[in-house]
Structures are given as C-alpha cells and as structure tokens.
Design a protein around this ligand. Structure first.
Ligand SMILES: [Zn+2]
Length: 359
C-alpha cells in the first residue's frame, strides 16, 4: 500500500512554535551528532538535472542521507553518483514483504500469508487489492529476502539498504485510518489476522505443542503473538547479517512506537540488529497532534539498545510549514538522533525556510 494512499485530510489544531532553536542549541553544545534523512520516491518524471538540483537543495538544508525507492537496485543506479557528488549518503529503499513481483505471484503462490479465515493474501488481499504479503517464516521467503538485500548491498557507492513493509498485514489499522475503510477494529478480526499458513502452523506446533487453530482464542495467546514477533525478527536479523558481511548499513521504516508496532503489525523492532530505525511518526493517522511525536520518540528510545540510532519520520504533507520546526523539536526532545522527511519531494520553499531555522 502506498503511504500517501492512507493520507487523510483532517483538521489540525494550530500549534505554536515555542522552542524552534532547540536543535541549534543541542548542536552547539557539541554533545550529540544528528543525522537527517529524506525518503524520495524514484520518480521517472524528473530529469537528471532536476535530481542534481534536488540533491543540492537537500544538502544545503543539512540533509545527510537520501533513501531512494526502487523495486530493483537497477532503478536507482544512475542516481548514486549524483547523490555521492553532493556528499549525500544514498540508501536503497524497497518493499520487503508486501509483494509487487508478478513472477513470485505466479510461481510461488504458497509463499503468501494466510489469514485466520484460511484465505491467502494473494487471492483475497484485505483493505486494498495490492495487499499481497509474503510469509516471514518460510525458509524460501527468507532466502529470497537475503538474496535481495545481498544483491543490493553489493552496489558500489551505496551506503545501505532500507527495508520498508517489513511487517505483517495490519491486524488493526491506525485508528485515524479505520474510518476510511468503514471499519471499527476494536479487536483482532480473522480476515486481518495473519499468518496461519501451513509452515507457520507446523513451526508453532513444534515449538508449543499446539496448532494455532486449536488455541481457545488465538488473539489472546501470548505465545502465538511472540512466535510472530520472533519470525519477523529472525528474518530481519538474517538480512542484517548478510548486509553487514558486505560492509553496508541496513535500516528499516517501522511503525511509530514499539508498542504500536507490536500491536498493529507485529514488529518488535527494538530487537532488530539494524544500524538505525526510522519510525513513521505520522501523527494524523493516529488522530494525534504534533506534540505526540515527542512521546512516541521517547518510547522508542527507551526500548532500543543505546547503540542503535532512531530517526523520527515526519509526514510533510501533514505539516504546515510553520508546524515543521515544532515537529522537529518534539522529535529531538524525545531523544531522536535526527529526522526523516516523508518525502523530500513534499517540501515546499516555505517548508525549507522553516526547517533551516531549526537545523
Ligand atoms: Zn506463514
């Protein structure tokens, strides 16, 4: 699912900027080194000259790293020297478990997750037609993912790979998005609850002695919940090992706080051996104000090992230019190691003017 498809237009109470020079103060103290990022879709409609200009704008506004989207590494190869020339790190950003590869759909239908109703997400995707997800437990899927990240990590000039959609299908949507789908998800409903594929059922039975279908109430089983957190963690850590062997970095886009991530999409991301986490702190999806960014950032920092940096992802289309400095300072007050713009393309001249005041 494209993130922007989830965008809702909702009123946001005006927030006042009270501490816009927080980052400046923090930086001048010399205590902490910040790093700022921008997610950039790999647009085909812009010229090479546009990319050069855009990279220059990003760099002159203290953005240090760009995450460029491409289903395959070939999609971004031509941009690597352009970003490097500006002194920007470039990371390959791609979809992980949400599958857009027709070949896999045709040749490996058994790789897809199965719901508690017994439906494959390939045949009966929930929410939107393209919501077809691979099962993180299957050895074949793990091998496929490790091969993908290894292949990408071999690319000269690339700093790292960036996993997106590295999660289960939302068993519960962010509260601000449920109305869009005419849903009230007050508990885990079977058509959104994955993965009950044969591989997962057998692996769980081997470990716990019971088929998840035979649990009195699978939504109440801590062991079954933990099994799925662990399956994803094992996959991510296998990918991390493969990328680190190539001396490259690996990061991931994750849900905003560890608690929300576990509850909605079964990501236990504080356990992932990454070089950085980039939580998507898109406040309006959760019916929250900009100050919520501080809260969820602090929750993430509290659970993450101290050596793993956290960069707070800000949804620029949800922020009026004057609100952007407030969002940045909230992230930093929560302990963030920098911010991520979603996306660099959404930044207007006025956003840049406001951003430069705080970084
Ligand atoms: Zn499965």
């Amino acid at each position: 699912m494209k993130k922007r498809e989830f965008l809702r237009t909702m009123g946001l109470a005006a927030v006042s900027l009270t501490s816009g020079n927080f980052l400046l103060q923090a930086c001048s103290g010399g205590k902490k080194k910040y790093k700022n990022w921008a997610w950039m879709s790999g647009r085909k409609d812009v010229t090479k000259e546009d990319w050069i200009k855009t990279f220059s704008t990003l760099r002159s506004h203290h953005i240090d790293a760009v995450l460029i989207y491409g289903d395959k590494k070939e999609d971004i190869l031509s941009l690597i020297p352009l970003a490097n020339r500006e002194g920007l790190e470039i990371h390959h950003w791609f979809r992980s478990l949400e599958c857009v590869d027709e070949e896999i759909m045709n040749e490996h239908p058994d790789w897809f997750t199965v719901s508690r109703n017994g439906d494959s997400s390939l045949d009966k995707p929930p929410y939107i037609p393209q919501y077809k997800w691979l099962c993180p437990t299957k050895p074949e899927v793990r091998e496929y993912m490790v091969n993908r990240v290894s292949d990408s990590a071999e690319t000269d000039g690339l700093t790292g790979v960036h996993l997106d959609y590295i999660r289960y299908i939302d068993v519960i949507l962010p509260v601000g998005l449920q109305a869009k789908y005419n849903l009230v998800q007050d508990k885990e409903y079977p058509e959104y609850d994955f993965c009950y594929c044969p591989t997962c059922r057998e692996a769980f039975k081997e470990k716990e002695g019971i088929d998840p279908f035979d649990l009195p109430d699978p939504t109440k089983s801590e062991a079954w919940r933990q099994f799925r957190y662990d399956s994803l963690t094992q996959l991510v850590n296998r990918c991390a090992e493969a990328v680190h062997k190539k001396n490259k970095k690996i990061t991931a886009a994750v849900f905003p706080s560890p608690d929300i991530a576990r509850r909605l999409v079964r990501q236990d991301w504080p356990k992932w051996n990454l070089d950085g986490v980039l939580p998507m702190m898109y406040h309006k999806y959760y019916n929250e104000g900009v100050d919520w960014i501080k809260k969820v950032t602090a929750e993430g920092k509290k659970e993450l090992p101290a050596n793993i940096p956290l960069y707070s992802g800000l949804h620029i289309a949800m922020l009026k230019p004057a609100e952007l400095p407030f969002a940045v300072t909230n992230a930093l007050k929560g302990g963030a190691d920098g911010i991520v713009l979603f996306t660099g393309w959404a930044m207007t001249d006025e956003h840049w003017k406001q951003l430069i005041k705080v970084i």
